[in-house]
Design a protein around this ligand. Structure first.
Ligand SMILES: Nc1ncnc2c1ncn2[C@@H]1O[C@H](COP(=O)(O)OP(=O)(O)OP(=O)(O)O)[C@@H](O)[C@H]1O
Length: 427
């Protein structure tokens, strides 16, 4: 049996995603006969009449209510009247919702903005840009928006994709002369959710294409949501015109969660897995695993798996043992040493300057910043931190922490330095 699709994308896509299922389905109708199905570019009637004519839309193409993705990276509703109910596949992860996103100081703004966008897509903030280090919930929030829009308006065409996928699809389209289909597809959506935009850096052609898609969607009041692992203006190799357009809507940061939020996330995840997690255990894990939520989740999964495997109760001692290598790795990662090196590199000074007695502003500020970060990110006491900074007194460390706190609220530069360093050290 021959099936026809309008272009090589469809052929590839159907071969990879559906051919087995189609074969199985057709064979199940006539079990005596294993049907061989071949896929071609073209159209059945045309093929029969004049095989050499250019392909047009096939009569046998899947019914897709107009937005099947020939580029294999779609997200949209699954409400299809197509041969297969999962046509096209839905890239929105239904598990990522606002309901299971734990709110804390570090993500409050991003979450509120995302909720606003989900309630008024294309109207409130367009584009919405969420940035922050890895594993902090950007993708989760993005999917939550998509899922909520779909819940309210199931017919909406939502496309979620990673920016590398956008690029790969564009390259495929270029290779097979299908740029029109590519453009039409991405410009026909109600919301485009595009993850990790930093991957566009130095990809001129992709940026060009995205630029036009972006403009087209924004002009039509279609929602665009973008995530990025850093403040977009910091991305080298990203065109200025894109950077400036990203700022048209709202740009919000997600910071690493504070201790209380980490505990709340653990409790919530454990609760969803029907696991009773003693509070002191959640507190212990949250205190030791600080880098990001993905790591936190990983640690909890490991604890749960170990407990189920060994049949032991989740006590503090059990968890200390189950996570000992992870904790050792974390401790190594955020050592005072590491903080000093990172801060020195950031401010382009030497580590020895941080430890020295020099008191010029260009050294004092970075030193205070490094002390503050050491207090925040390690378990060391004030005297231990003072010691590590050339044998200073604990009151100096305390003063440094207060000073930076004060400066952060007065100076955007200091606030930005602090956030940048925190992000670098926490990821
Ligand atoms: N506030 C939160 N509440 C509940 N779960 C969270 C929260 N933040 C992150 N997570 C979970 O942590 C994991 C990582 O989150 P996510 O993939 O959204 O991170 P990300 O910021 O997009 O990272 P990356 O930059 O690596 O793509 C996911 O399983 C997500 O559900």
């Amino acid at each position: 049996m021959s099936l026809y699709a309008p272009n090589p994308f469809f052929v590839d896509w159907i071969r990879q995603q559906y051919l087995d299922r189609i074969t199985e389905f057709v064979t199940s109708k006539d079990e005596s006969n294993h049907m061989h199905i071949s896929l071609h570019v073209g159209n059945a009637q045309m093929e029969a009449a004049t095989p050499s004519q250019p392909a047009t839309a096939p009569t046998t193409a899947p019914a897709t209510n107009g937005y099947a993705n020939p580029f294999q990276s779609v997200s949209s509703t699954s409400r299809q009247s197509a041969p297969s109910s999962s046509f096209p596949q839905n890239n929105l992860n239904a598990k990522f919702t606002f309901g299971n996103f734990v709110e804390g100081k570090s993500n409050q703004l991003a979450r509120a903005a995302a909720e606003q966008v989900a309630e008024n897509p294309g109207i409130s903030y367009n584009p919405l840009l969420i940035y922050g280090g890895v594993g902090l919930g950007k993708t989760h929030l993005m999917h939550s928006v998509g899922n909520l829009i779909l819940q309210d308006k199931p017919d909406s065409k939502i496309v979620y994709l990673h920016s590398e996928r956008f690029m790969a699809n564009m390259v495929k389209a270029l290779q097979s002369n299908s740029m029109d289909a590519f453009k039409n597809y991405y410009r026909s959506v109600d919301a485009l959710l595009i993850d990790d935009i930093q991957f566009f850096a130095n990809k001129g052609r992709t940026q060009e294409e995205f630029f036009h898609t972006f403009n087209n969607l924004i002009e039509k009041n279609k929602q665009v949501i973008i995530t990025c692992d850093r403040y977009p203006k910091e991305i080298e190799g990203l065109e200025e015109r894109l950077k400036s357009r990203f700022g048209w809507g709202l740009t919000v940061a997600i910071e690493p969660p504070d201790l209380e939020t980490r505990v709340a996330i653990l409790m919530s995840k454990a609760n969803h897995s029907n696991i009773e997690l003693p509070h002191e255990v959640a507190f212990f894990i949250a205190k030791r695993i600080r880098s990001n939520v993905r790591e936190l989740e990983g640690a909890l999964k490991r604890v749960i798996a170990n407990a189920q495997f060994t049949g032991r109760a989740i006590t503090l001692d059990f968890v200390k043992d189950a996570l000992k290598d992870l904790i050792a790795a974390q401790d190594k990662l955020i050592s005072i040493d590491n903080i000093q090196k990172t801060v020195a590199t950031y401010y382009k000074i030497k580590v020895s300057d941080l430890l020295s007695k020099r008191r010029s502003r260009s050294i004092t500020r970075p030193r205070q910043m490094a002390m503050t970060l050491a207090k925040k990110l390690t378990n060391h006491s004030l005297p231990e931190i003072g010691d590590a900074f050339g044998g200073r007194d604990h009151t100096t460390v305390l003063h440094a922490c207060r000073k930076i706190e004060e400066l952060k609220s007065e100076s955007v530069d200091i606030e930005e330095d602090y956030s940048n360093l925190l992000r670098t050290l926490s990821t």
